[in-house]
Design a protein around this ligand. Structure first.
Ligand SMILES: [Zn+2]
Ligand SMILES: [Zn+2]
Length: 152
């Protein structure tokens, strides 16, 4: 993501928070910025290390509180199988997402497929199960790594 894209995304995040009466504090904003600037899903300890470099000792709770806030407002998602965080540019719309993750380079792409969400919900209901949260992450090879494999 270019610096300009990061600025646009941060401005959008600010707008979302203002609309919801939520406060994008400097720490929350900086955590989001670090996630936006990374081209890979970012782990909490990496964020903590960067923030402590800039601001001195903070401790993990500060980071986890900031991540919880960003997650609650869907400004980021957690990629469970990578135990890392990615930014979402669709915070205005309530949605559930799926991810495709490259095993080779770690490239992670968000997918939003309402059909997948609906069919899992339906399959749950058929069993008397109320699905509240879905974690769907497909791991494999991204287009670039597939090409690399063929050349090898
Ligand atoms: Zn999303
Ligand atoms: Zn790849």
């Amino acid at each position: 993501m270019t610096s300009q894209q990061v600025e646009i995304a941060l401005a959008r995040a600010q707008r979302v928070c203002t609309l919801r009466g939520a406060r994008l504090t400097p720490v929350r904003r900086r955590v989001l910025e670090l996630i936006l600037r990374a081209d890979q899903p970012t782990k909490a300890y990496v964020l903590l290390a960067k923030l402590e470099q800039e601001r001195g000792k903070l401790g993990p709770p500060t980071i986890y509180r900031a991540l919880d806030f960003l997650l609650a407002h869907q400004l980021i998602h957690k990629v469970e199988t990578s135990n890392a965080f990615v930014a979402c540019d669709d915070a205005e719309r309530a949605h559930q997402s799926q991810f495709v993750i490259c095993e080779d380079c770690g490239a992670t792409e968000e997918i939003q497929d309402d059909d997948i969400v609906a069919s899992l919900r339906r399959l749950g209901e058929m069993r008397g199960f109320a699905v509240e949260r879905q974690v769907i992450e497909a791991r494999g090879l991204c287009p670039a790594c597939r090409v690399g494999q063929r050349q090898a």
